[in-house]
Design a protein around this ligand. Structure first.
Ligand code: URA
Length: 424
């Protein structure tokens, strides 16, 4: 088979066959297909899309690129959760310990930042000593002991996604429904969970910008789940403004702890409670309301927080040694008025530029860099008010691009819903 023929076929908007897709995945993994050829094919997929058959072939090929885990014999209820990625999205760090503290096993493989969105693994690596590369044996044994482990993609679990994901991050090919669906679902299936909750972010700061595309992506992922006999629930949630107050790796760990201490920002807390309740409801086969009551209790009585610290200790993180950034800048509102938007995409891009994410595969992250948002939508701000505090280990001179994220108006707005809909 010839990669140039395959690229041209997709460029001309034809469907790829099962054997062509299997060839691409295999040959990219063994370096027969080069990064520049794969980038070109990914861009053609981004532009022309794929049908459900092609997406199924791609998902299968990615799953078969490595080992899989069979959780059918581990005993007990299990659930997995994934987010399509957003700005300030630290929900995994909160919902995973909540759910684990209720006796449900959470086997979680997470990713690094993608495009302008952050990744759970980068956030966890901001904790000194934290190990994200456990062996399969260590991973399984940890979940047996404490119900929870979060690891990065190992070389042998869906290695094709690991390599393609890193390439998409730096080639402008992240925002593609077929590529997102196959990337997420291959990992979920390979990891063996029979219950899967997906936080599908919609809005300026998400990979998916509108509700129609989000509905299409949810439908595709639910269909893949059905093919593999997995229960999939998708929550379509708002990502027009950053989630919570903090954006940036170590800052998001700190904010996750504040939610687990019942001191969290309202939207972030409410979304985490909803996600965790769906996870517990699926895993324990109880009603959503019953699950929600359990979730609220475990937050209130401190069990979820204790589970978080236990999980960090098990993976050798030393939370007490987390640093503050060298530089800290307060940024004030440019004019008076009601704050009616904080564009999550602009904040995400700015965060990436100051070191929270990567622009090339080799970039090194500044874990302490980030932004704290000091005001909420519909707050009245005057030119003396601090709207952002920016943190970095190197000097920053330009705050204008961050200020460009703000819309300040003469009137308040009607707040959009936090969760648009739930699909299953
Ligand atoms: N999360 C993933 O794992 N893959 C994507 O493509 C997007 C979000």
């Amino acid at each position: 088979m010839n990669i140039l023929d395959i690229i041209n076929k997709k460029r001309l908007n034809s469907s790829l066959s099962k054997s062509e897709i299997e060839y691409v995945v295999r040959a990219y993994l063994d370096d027969t297909i080069k990064d520049y050829q794969m980038s070109s094919l990914l861009m053609a997929i981004c532009i022309n899309g794929m049908n459900q058959d092609e997406i199924n072939y791609l998902t299968d090929a990615m799953i078969n690129s490595g080992e899989t885990i069979d959780l059918s014999n581990v005993g007990g209820a299990t659930v997995d959760k994934h987010s399509t990625g957003g700005v300030g999205d630290k929900t995994t760090l909160i919902v995973a310990p909540i759910v684990a503290s209720l006796g449900v096993k959470v086997y979680k493989m997470s990713g690094r930042g993608l495009g302008h969105t952050g990744g759970t693994i980068d956030k966890l690596e901001s904790i000194p000593g934290f190990k994200v590369d456990l062996t399969k044996k260590q991973f399984l044994s940890q979940v047996n002991k404490i119900n929870l482990s979060v690891v990065s993609q190992t070389a042998n679990l869906v290695p094709a996604d690991k390599k393609i994901y890193a390439l998409r991050d730096v080639t402008g090919t992240v925002e593609s429904i077929p590529l997102i669906a196959s990337s997420i679902m291959s990992k979920k299936i390979a990891l063996g969970a029979s219950n899967i909750v997906i936080d599908l972010k919609v809005g300026s700061g998400a990979l998916i910008k509108n509700l129609d595309d989000a509905t299409e992506l949810a439908t595709i992922m639910i269909n893949i789940g059905k093919k593999y006999k997995r229960k999939v629930v998708c929550l379509l949630s708002n990502m027009d403004i950053p989630l919570g107050y903090n954006v940036g790796n170590s800052l998001e760990i700190k904010e996750a702890i504040s939610v687990l201490k019942n001191e969290g920002e309202e939207n972030l807390t409410n979304l985490c409670v909803a996600l965790a309740s769906h996870m517990v409801s699926l895993a324990l086969e109880i009603s959503f309301d019953e699950a929600r009551e359990k979730v609220i209790n475990t937050l209130k009585n401190g069990d979820a927080l204790a589970k978080f610290y236990e999980f960090i200790n098990f993976q050798q993180g030393r939370i007490d040694e987390m640093n503050d950034a060298l530089y800290k800048y307060d940024v004030k509102a440019p004019i008076n008025g009601f704050l009616t938007n904080i564009d999550a995409y602009i904040v995400g891009c700015y965060a990436c530029e100051i070191g929270c994410g990567r622009r090339s595969k080799e970039d090194v992250i500044d874990y302490d860099a980030g932004i704290i948002i000091r005001k909420k939508i519909n707050d009245y701000v005057s030119t003396n008010d601090i709207v952002f505090t920016v943190f970095s280990n190197s000097e920053i001179k330009d705050f204008q691009r961050l200020l460009d994220s703000l819309t300040i108006s003469s009137k308040k707005i009607e707040l959009p819903p936090l969760i648009y809909k739930v699909m299953s």
